[in-house]
Design a protein around this ligand. Structure first.
Ligand SMILES: NC(=O)c1ccc[n+]([C@@H]2O[C@H](COP(=O)([O-])OP(=O)(O)OC[C@H]3O[C@@H](n4cnc5c(N)ncnc54)[C@H](OP(=O)(O)O)[C@@H]3O)[C@@H](O)[C@H]2O)c1
Length: 319
């Protein structure tokens, strides 16, 4: 847990009283948790504007970690839909955080049953980043088999899910990132890879039917260059400035160029998304990639691994 916004070494391991479930709440015994860029942003309190929601001067939630997979340990009054021992998973982004713990208190309504055939470790990789990938691909509209789909910034937390889901939908996938992440992306099924440090994907001859921009480092003016007629572009925006630019300028540029460009805001922790992700994992269409596993006591090291950008797949924290 942590008491203030700050760098990863403000994290500390604390022994606290076991949580007690309130009305409608469940205690989940955490079997695996995974780290996302959102966890790092939450730790650092960035962008600063986000502190309006997470606590102006200090974080409202001292707990850390959103992706959780585990078993139901106890139920509070009126908590329905689950029994002790049930396997569950969730993204705690809007329900208190705190996945990096032995046990976490969660509203029963925030939990989704976890299919028996999905391991806890695999499950923990997916709720946050897998949902962003699903919803980002949903926002560019239905992907038709054979469509040329570009995933920009594909080698981080969200991209590996986006690449695999787009492939499962029959797309011809081009993935942009750099260094040895490109081999990793080929392994995941990307048909083409581009190193953004060597080549500007928006200045190639090749056009795309759909672009999911996870890196969000360029303007809509750049991306309109690489859209095919009728092409669709969706950024998973990282900040208020980008949101404003993409929400205001995107529809205008799209309208003028016969494309569709718009910003997108996700809805975290939807049961239908987790059910779909579970189905994709069970079928083998999505193979969660695990970079390294850390114990709770090594959470600072786990965050450092995420922060370094060196991870190939998700960083897990196993209580
Ligand atoms: N809009 C919303 O509703 C919403 C909701 C939740 C989260 N988010 C945001 O969405 C992001 C999720 O992405 P993520 O977790 O996958 O991030 P990530 O792990 O940082 O991955 C981004 C990848 O893009 C690469 N990259 C950096 N610059 C690039 C460039 N110019 N061109 C192409 N690729 C580039 C990075 O490589 P290197 O860093 O190694 O260079 C990294 O591999 C988070 O930042 C989060 O804040 C948005």
């Amino acid at each position: 847990m942590r008491d203030a916004y700050g760098p990863v070494d403000i994290l500390r391991v604390a022994t606290v009283e076991p949580p007690v479930p309130g009305p409608g709440e469940v205690i989940v015994r955490v079997r695996a948790a995974s780290l996302n860029m959102a966890d790092l942003d939450h730790l650092l309190g960035r962008p600063r504007a986000s502190r309006v929601f997470t606590g102006l001067f200090r974080p409202t939630n001292r707990g850390v970690g959103v992706d959780v997979a585990g078993t139901v340990e106890a139920l509070g009054p009126d908590a329905t839909g689950f029994q002790p021992g049930d396997r569950v998973w969730a993204d705690l982004f809007d329900s208190g955080h705190g996945a990096l713990a032995d046990q976490v208190r969660v509203a029963a309504s925030a939990l989704t049953p976890l299919p028996d055939r999905v391991s806890f470790d695999d499950a923990a990789t997916a709720p946050h980043s897998g949902t962003l990938a699903l919803q980002g691909l949903g926002a560019v509209g239905p992907i038709r088999p054979g469509e040329r789909v570009l995933i920009n910034g594909a080698g981080g937390c969200v991209g590996p899910f986006a690449v695999q889901i787009a492939k499962a939908r029959g797309a011809e996938v081009t993935a942009v990132d750099h260094g040895d992440k490109l081999d990793f992306l080929r392994e995941l099924g990307a048909d083409h890879v581009i190193d953004y440090t060597r080549e500007d994907v928006t200045r190639r001859d090749r056009r795309f039917d759909a672009v999911v921009d996870i890196a969000d480092t360029r303007s809509v003016l750049a991306f309109r260059r690489c859209l095919a007629p009728g092409g669709r572009y969706v950024p998973i925006v990282r900040g208020i400035g980008s949101l404003a630019e993409k929400a205001l300028l995107g529809p205008l540029i799209g309208g003028l160029t016969g494309t569709r460009m718009r910003a997108f805001l996700w809805t975290p922790n939807q049961r239908r998304d987790l059910d779909e992700l579970g189905g994709l994992i069970v079928s083998g269409a999505v193979r969660p990639r695990i970079d390294r596993r850390y114990g709770l006591g090594d959470a600072v090291e786990a965050f450092r691994r995420l922060e370094s950008g060196a991870a190939r797949g998700k960083v897990l924290v196993i209580p």
